[in-house]
Design a protein around this ligand. Structure first.
Ligand SMILES: *Cc1c(COP(=O)(O)O)cnc(C)c1O
Length: 340
């Protein structure tokens, strides 16, 4: 192995597990299941993830930005639908479909080609108000869609409200295909013609209150660059925020907040060294993080697993005070990436 092999962190993405997750979602949803690939497939790589899903039979993709859609079209070639959630003006992109979110965009797209229509049913984020359907200009509608605000909280009353409002919207657009559920919405049993999961494809738990039915799809291994034996009382890292309470052995690994190992994991993160938990000590730096490996047979070049099946994104997120989605989308560009 070259020098890079022992000094760079490795991100391994299991496209087989992503496909298995997509199929598992398909088994739960009565109709088609898309792949949501916005934000570079939640940090995992829109082109390789999109190709793997396409080869598995996925025919519908969603991204947030027109530029993401154009890049995905180049990666996938002709065929699958690629819809742009944030919309775009006619002429601004080709090979992708806009999601029309406002009456102004509806007017701009009237007579200018196929679109999806987003109607807000209770999230007050993107989408037309249902009342605006009264003045909707003629559109070539491929789907009418809405987005659930609280699908990860099955008991939240807004879920049923949104479902009922969406049913009323769909009834006003007879013959137009529907798209409602995100990952968690599939687990609510909210069927439509096309589900739009993102997070669950990538192993995030769609039902946070219960056991995670999805497979973990990534593994982030950061090599130990240097081991250091420090006597009790030695401060470690910026701000001297951690002081060794006893003689300690510290492993400095090649990943930091610039790589998406969030600074809020300072003093709280946990990695796995040869399967055993090792705590982050002190502050996470931009490119480096210190772990307490006292008493372990660690050597320089050994990898600490920062994220993986036994330390999944949701668990890392809980320690960082965020959600698994942010752990994934924050994943840095500097890792050596391998698609398995
Ligand atoms: C991000 C997004 C999704 C996917 O949501 P997940 O919770 O990741 O499954 C679906 N629809 C819309 C409109 C979105 O913005």
């Amino acid at each position: 192995m070259g020098a890079a092999a022992t000094t760079e962190a490795r991100l391994t993405i299991d496209t087989g597990a992503i496909i298995a997750n997509w199929r598992a979602l398909g088994a739960r949803h009565a109709a088609a299941v898309a792949g949501v690939l916005k934000a570079d497939a939640y940090g995992l790589g829109a082109a390789p993830v999109g190709r793997a899903l396409r080869d598995a039979g996925c025919a519908h993709f969603f991204v947030a930005h027109a530029a993401e859609g154009v890049a995905l079209r180049a990666a996938l070639g002709p065929g699958p639908m690629i819809a742009v959630l944030n919309g775009f003006a006619p002429g601004d992109a080709t090979g992708v479909l806009p999601v029309v979110n406002t009456l102004e965009m509806a007017q701009a797209w009237s007579g200018r080609g196929p679109v999806l229509l987003h109607v807000d049913t209770g999230m007050a984020r993107l989408g037309l108000d249902a009342a605006m359907l009264d003045t909707l200009p003629p559109l070539d509608l491929r789907y009418v869609m809405s987005h659930l605000a609280c699908a990860d909280e099955p008991a939240h009353p807004l879920n049923a409200v949104q479902r009922a409002r969406f049913a009323a919207v769909a009834a006003r657009l007879p013959g137009v295909a529907t798209s409602l559920a995100n990952s968690s919405g599939i687990f609510l049993g909210y069927a439509s013609n096309l589900a739009r999961p993102g997070a669950a494809l990538y192993g995030i738990n769609p039902q946070p209150a219960g056991a995670n039915p999805m497979r973990c799809v990534l593994r982030l291994d950061a090599p130990i660059l240097q081991l250091r034996d420090v006597p009790a009382g030695t401060p470690v890292g910026y701000g001297a925020a951690w002081v060794a309470p006893r003689d300690s052995r510290i492993g400095i690994v090649a990943a930091g907040y610039a790589d998406g190992y969030l600074r809020s994991l300072s003093g709280r993160g946990v990695g796995l060294l040869a399967g055993r938990p090792v705590p982050v000590v002190g502050r996470v730096s931009m490119d480096l993080t210190a772990f307490d490996v006292t008493g372990m047979a660690a050597r320089a070049g050994d990898a600490i697993t920062l994220i993986g099946p036994d330390n999944p994104p949701d668990a890392v997120a809980a320690r960082a005070g965020t959600i698994g989605y942010e752990i994934l989308t924050a994943l840095g560009a500097r890792y050596r990436r391998r698609y398995a």
